[in-house]
Design a protein around this ligand. Structure first.
Ligand SMILES: CC(C)(COP(=O)(O)OP(=O)(O)OC[C@H]1O[C@@H](n2cnc3c(N)ncnc32)[C@H](O)[C@@H]1OP(=O)(O)O)[C@@H](O)C(=O)NCCC(=O)NCCS
Length: 164
């Protein structure tokens, strides 16, 4: 990922997820994981092909675990800029990026056996999004992860089993 793209991705992550982190901290965190262990895909907001592209949102797929010939992937961070939310950008990005990570891992002889994602309890929009498009096989609330810091909210772990 080029520096300009990383900068834009970090700005969206700060705006939509991590307001309390600095841009440098967010960029450090993202850069600490390298391809193929973290694969970041962006959606651009171009309405016309000859306009300069700006990033409307991103999704990142992390290698959570692997066996001899299977991998478990996690949707690590995903965010769409406020003005593009609920217009289908997230859905398209989720579907097209999944095809690409699957092709990548299959090209290495690995099948994706499960996908994990863990939105915060209070992120009801994100939960609805993953309910609708990931269609999880399992869901569990891990309550009160953050103590009083984030109003005692927990994490909703969702998983989709793809193969056995
Ligand atoms: C969650 C998110 C990535 C979804 O992307 P999106 O482009 O807005 O979603 P789409 O337009 O493709 O899909 C819309 C569907 O997602 C769900 N959804 C998305 N945002 C929602 C919201 N604010 N409230 C309720 N449902 C929402 C709904 O199911 C909606 O379909 P519906 O209106 O027919 O019920 C985006 O809203 C976002 O960036 N949110 C803030 C950051 C965040 O929570 N990231 C996830 C952290 S794990």
């Amino acid at each position: 990922m080029q520096e300009r793209e990383l900068e834009q991705v970090a700005e969206i992550a700060k705006e939509e997820i991590y307001s309390f982190l600095t841009l440098e901290e967010i960029k450090d965190w993202l850069s600490s994981m390298k391809f193929p262990y973290l694969q970041i895909f962006v959606a651009d907001n171009r309405l016309e092909i000859d306009l300069p592209a700006d990033i409307a949102g991103f999704i990142s797929w992390r290698l959570y675990d692997q066996s001899v010939n299977k991998v478990v992937l996690e949707i690590f961070w995903m965010a769409i800029k406020k003005e593009f939310q609920k217009t289908g950008v997230g859905r398209d990005l989720f579907i097209t990026s999944f095809d690409r990570v699957r092709d990548y891992w299959e090209g290495r002889g690995m099948t994706i056996s499960a996908i994990l994602v863990a939105p915060y309890e209070k992120r009801e929009g994100a939960q609805r999004f993953f309910e609708k498009f990931l269609r999880p096989s399992h869901k569990a609330l891990i309550p009160d992860v953050w103590g009083t810091e984030f109003a005692k909210q927990g994490i909703v772990v969702m998983s989709k089993i793809l193969t056995n």
